[in-house]
Design a protein around this ligand. Structure first.
Ligand SMILES: *Cc1c(COP(=O)(O)O)cnc(C)c1O
Length: 370
């Protein structure tokens, strides 16, 4: 156990595990191309370190959500193919072209703007076409996309990719997944010669008929379970927090805000230097009758007691001998994965990762250029 210097919680991000996870997914997807989704600061882990590690592993195609993320990524990876999932806001075509990044166009006005920009600049600039096959979030209708496929001259540029996004891929056997697959197969056939992409992480782990030409994993790269109830790839994050006080609690007294949990016995309570301001969600807390998350202290699982405060969290260490101030509690790692932690807060691993706090001392493992 390495005590974090100066009392900061320690977030360790294993770039070698990240790279290994990408290679595993790339093997699963072959002969399809395996891209990497690095939106939201690489799911909270830090794009500045994650993107070069993924590039070193072999990734050449990347997806972000917003233009500003693409700007950051372009500075890190001058030669990558970069797609912006959020598409094109009015008047931003020149910014995309200037950075050499590709909008994922999901509506008729976006297509019209990009096509007009290509015409004005006399260049056939690459962009993706996003078709909505059942998510009802972004994308053209299947019918409109099929019509464009039948009359490609109307598009006004050469699409570099035609893609859709699965709504329920994490739930095995969900009927919407089969329906989206059927709809997208028709679209892909209408665009011969244009690479097609359907699969997120879960789709990448399904049978090869889901792979088409390019897969777009995110969460599985970062150690999350992509399909409910299945084991994730290698864990990537570890979170260790200093114990700043160990105290006795009297049976029948309560702990923390709202007196949400009473002690059922004379207890030893460890106070951890972490709270919801660090993205350790309030929903991870415990109350009478509703257990919360757990921590590993001196190799033993210990339950949280009471609510998570802004900066502090209490853990019941009564059953662990000799816990001392300055010891470390592990909140992610030592068998606690992001999906387990998420379940305690009735959320998902994605939210656990993208909430990871700014106060952590971040240490990156693996020999990749910064
Ligand atoms: C976020 C996202 C992905 C990656 O999804 P995961 O479930 O994290 O693998 C792929 N495609 C689109 C369009 C996305 O928004």
């Amino acid at each position: 156990m390495t005590p974090a210097p100066e009392g900061a919680a320690l977030l360790t991000i294993d770039l070698a595990a990240l790279a290994a996870n990408w290679r595993t997914l790339a093997e699963r997807a072959a002969p399809a191309t395996c891209a990497a989704v690095v939106k939201a600061n690489a799911y909270g882990l830090g794009i500045a370190r994650a993107a070069p590690a993924l590039w070193a592993a072999g990734a050449r195609v990347f997806f972000v959500a917003q233009l500003e993320e693409a700007r950051t990524l372009r500075a890190l990876l001058p030669a990558a193919d970069i797609y912006v999932l959020g598409g094109l806001l009015p008047g931003l075509s020149a910014s995309f072209a200037g950075l050499g990044v590709r909008p994922v166009l999901g509506s008729a006005p976006e297509l019209a703007e990009w096509s007009a920009f290509c015409r004005r600049s006399g260049a056939d600039l690459p962009a993706a076409i996003h078709v909505d096959t059942g998510m009802n979030r972004l994308g053209l209708t299947v019918e409109d996309t099929l019509a464009l496929g039948a009359d490609r001259a109307r598009i006004g540029f050469t699409p570099a990719l035609v893609m859709t996004h699965l709504a329920c891929a994490d739930a095995p056997g969900h009927p919407l997944t089969a329906l989206q697959h059927e709809r997208f197969s028709r679209v892909a056939r209408a665009f011969p010669g244009v690479p097609a992409s359907l699969a997120n992480s879960a789709g990448t782990l399904m049978d090869p008929s889901f792979h088409f030409d390019l897969v777009r994993p995110g969460i599985a790269l970062y150690g999350g379970s992509a399909i409910a109830g299945t084991a994730p790839l290698k864990p990537v994050v570890r979170l260790e927090v200093p114990i700043i006080q160990v105290r006795d609690g009297i049976s029948g007294e309560s702990v923390g805000y709202g007196a949400a949990q009473r002690l059922g016995r004379a207890s030893r309570i460890a106070i951890l230097s972490i709270g919801y301001a660090d993205g350790f969600l309030r929903a991870f807390g415990a109350s009478d009758g509703s257990p919360g998350a757990e921590a590993v202290v001196r190799g033993r699982r210990c339950p949280l007691i009471g609510r998570v405060s802004m900066d502090l969290t209490a853990v019941d260490v009564t059953d662990v001998p000799d816990v001392e101030r300055g010891d470390t509690a592990v909140l992610l790692g030592d068998g606690i994965g992001i999906d387990e932690l998420a379940a305690h807060g009735r959320t998902i691993g994605y939210e656990v990762l993208t909430s990871l706090g700014e106060r952590y001392r971040r240490v990156y493992l693996g020999d990749f250029p910064a």
